[in-house]
Design a binder for this molecule. Structure first.
Ligand code: ADP
Ligand code: MG
Length: 293
């Protein structure tokens, strides 16, 4: 028997995005708290997201799918997805609630776990195409999971080009704006590494790194900054490891950018106590929760 919306009781709103609204709910029968992502009627990203989450059901650091709730009319896109609840919310929300940038230690926990998630996804030939702080979710223990596969794609061949403008322009790599200029070294997986680099730097700076603080991110300004500007970098006060890690993600030429496997070996994530870094992230989640009370 299919899951139905009436199986869940709404508790609160967790977030809004392009697609629809995400609610904190309780599964009535099991009393389990979950996240319910409700889509606009007929939204094609619902089916895409469900397909990828099923494919990645065993992947570490990817949010778990509990149930697909079909729409009332047969043949239409799913109405909603019931997801594992991540109590820390998104990293965008965490940054906002903290009201200050994050230190390198908790950022290393984000980087390491996001890379492990990406490694598993890429092994399944899934590209995310919309990595950013609002699509990275945190657990109470500092666990990080990749979410929101509304722009994701399963590549049929390993190097299928996928330069279409899905995802959020702000986090798109140069080769996705201008595939021709970079056609010699096109690698769809490298675009996720760029986006991760932008997101990581955003956590350190406390604001979106590619535009001056406060500037409205319109399409033209973004494309100029991404394609014609220098890649942004952490300030001189940051550690050498962190500066190098970000530089390896934000290599403008996709062919020269570090791979996920290389980044997992990088001293910024590999050379550090992983459990301690995750605890530092958990402490930030606890602090943000205190601020909410
Ligand atoms: P959209 O496709 O609309 O961007 P997302 O899947 O990114 O939807 O969800 C929007 C927001 O809802 C996220 O940024 C996050 O704040 C919140 N959210 C989504 N899924 C969960 C979850 N499983 N647990 C907790 N919060 C979530
Ligand atoms: Mg999102």
């Amino acid at each position: 028997s299919d899951a139905r919306l009436s199986d869940y009781e709404k508790i609160s709103v967790l977030g809004h995005g392009n697609g629809g609204t995400v609610y904190k709910v309780r599964h009535r029968r099991s009393a389990q708290p979950l996240a319910l992502k409700l889509f606009a009627a007929g939204d094609p990203s619902a089916a895409r997201e469900a397909e990828i989450l099923k494919l990645a059901a065993d992947a570490p650091h990817v949010v778990r799918l509990h149930a697909v709730i079909p729409s009332a009319s047969a043949g239409e896109a799913p109405a909603a997805l019931a997801l594992e609840l991540m109590p820390g919310g998104s990293l965008a929300g965490l940054l906002r609630r903290l009201g200050r940038p994050m230190a390198e230690r908790p950022i290393a926990a984000v980087a390491r776990q996001a890379l492990l998630g990406l490694a598993a996804l890429h092994a399944l030939r899934v590209v995310h195409r919309d990595l950013k702080p609002s699509n990275l979710l945190v657990g109470a223990g500092g666990e990080v999971k990749i979410a929101d596969f509304g722009a994701g794609k399963v590549l049929r061949r390993r190097l299928d080009p996928c330069a279409s403008y899905v995802g959020t322009a702000a986090y798109m790599s140069p080769e996705r704006f201008d595939p021709e200029a970079y056609s010699g070294d096109y690698d769809p997986y490298a675009a996720d590494v760029w986006s991760l680099g932008v997101a990581i730097l955003e956590l350190y700076l406390g604001h979106f790194p590619l535009l001056p603080e406060g500037q409205r991110p319109d399409w033209a300004a973004l494309m100029c900054a991404i394609c014609f500007g220098e890649a942004p970098e952490p300030p001189a006060a940051a550690s050498e490891e962190f500066r190098d890690f970000v530089a390896r993600c934000l290599e403008k030429k996709a062919g020269q950018r570090a791979s996920v496997a290389e980044l997992l070996e990088h001293p910024f994530v590999a050379g550090r106590d992983a459990a301690g870094a995750q605890q530092a992230l958990a402490a930030l989640v606890a602090e943000a929760e205190q601020g909410d009370l």
